[in-house]
Design a protein around this ligand. Sequence first.
Ligand code: HEM
Length: 510
Amino acid sequence: MDILGLVYVPSWLLTFFLFLISLYLYSKYKLSFWKRLGVPHPKPTLFFGHGPLMKDGVGELDLRMLSTYDKVVGLYVFHKASLLVLDPEIVRDVLIKNFSSMPNRTQYFKQKSDLQHSLSRLHGDHWRFMRNTLSPVFATGNMRKISPVLAESCRRLLRNIEDKKNCGNAIEFKQMFGNFSMDAIAALGFGIDLDLYKNENNEFAIRAQAIFNAFKGLGVFLNLLVPPLYNLLVKLGLDLDGQSKHCLYFKRLVEQAKTLRQKDDQNRNDILQLMLNVHNDTEVSDTEQFNSYKDNREEWRKRGLTTNEVNGNSIMFMVAGYETTASALTFTAYCLATNPESQDRLLQEIDSTIGKGVPDYDSIQKMEYLECVVKEALRICPPAQRIMRETCEDLVIAGYTIPKNTEITISTYALHRSPKFWTEPEKYKPERFLAVNKSNLTPYTFLPFGLGPRSCLAMRLAYFEAKCALVTILQKYKFMPCEKTEIPLQLDPKLVLKPKNGVYLTIKER
Ligand code: HEM
């Protein structure tokens, strides 16, 4: 193409140049969001936003923000704006008080997959219906009923730890507890025996991790950088999120479990049975056909769960409970091994409460220090480092008007580790959580499972699982550091917080 008859520029070069200019202007505009609202924020980098500040992980960035800014700070993950809340009272407003204005999480995946139909991805009345339908499975009564199945899973864990010990090597507990958490959720939720321990590279772990890792994949990257392009490519049918193929594996497991229970007529109390009891074969494609859930519960109840919803939720339960519970247990074992006084106090409590008896839901509840031990590990290393919400109307937060559809981020990691709220936050001190010291805690600064109506659905199960596993091991053994134990522990700061190089410990007979 001739420009004013002076120079010849090939049209491909001109198109490329125009594309770069548009991208530049787009980036400039997107990264002026907080400036236009008057919200304080660090200077962003063109295209990357505050990405370069996250090289040590989002948690460490959030902690720096908490020590620098007052109540809120505007951040950009590439071009996606997110308001980071730094003040505990505002945390309460976002998660509890103003819940009806922010009931939803940001959806990073637009691609259709089975997970689209699961509780964690739903919103509005559909979410309310699903949450109320699924909640009973984690009620106290059901925890009591599943005690024997969990105790059996814990015994399998102990046998495998003993096998490794007999080989004389240090035990890598991240993988060991990963196997345990999968074994437990498959047995407790679906009555499936996965027989994981013998298979070092088991498919369940690889696929569950792949579903989580999609958060670091091309789809999310494009969605954060140029959402219109991402939307277009998804509409054209490109598999950018890469979750669908892994969901297929879990779907097959669920189908197997369903077929098995058509054959036996046992009265089960697990997650799958609860969903099958309200399963309705008539597919409901348009969930908006009912009015509000609050006023029309009966209509929603009759609607039941569709096959897609049974499958989607089953996959979500298997994936959501795997890495989080494994990390929580691994960090607790590490903290006990490296803090022998805390471990000794816990051993005394176990001995005086249940001795060598089989732990069940009620005996576990009697151990106050056990609860403190797990909580303190979750404080220092919260597996979910951030909690997200999205405004569904314009809202005034900390004096700034935040428009509808803006992401609000709460950093568990920063709130848990800030010296503003904790004395000696880097030290492992389970005593902080004893009832006698409760008045020293700052409200809304400890939230490993989130808070409010959209907090973790399975918190009770997660605590029960972790405590039961610890008691089963500690009735016989102590955790001990060894040559391969990293002190201090290096963390992998990506999505779910986990040890970077695993956690190697030994066990010693008591
Ligand atoms: C130590 C283990 C666990 C931790 C630290 C954890 C943490 C969390 C967090 C932080 C959230 C988001 C809360 C919010 O947005 O306010 C969440 C949501 C959720 N978790 Fe967990 N979780 C754990 C174990 C489990 C297990 C074992 C399951 C299932 C068997 C599970 C199922 C869910 C579900 C379904 C949601 C979504 C709830 C909703 O959107 O209504 N979690 N979890």
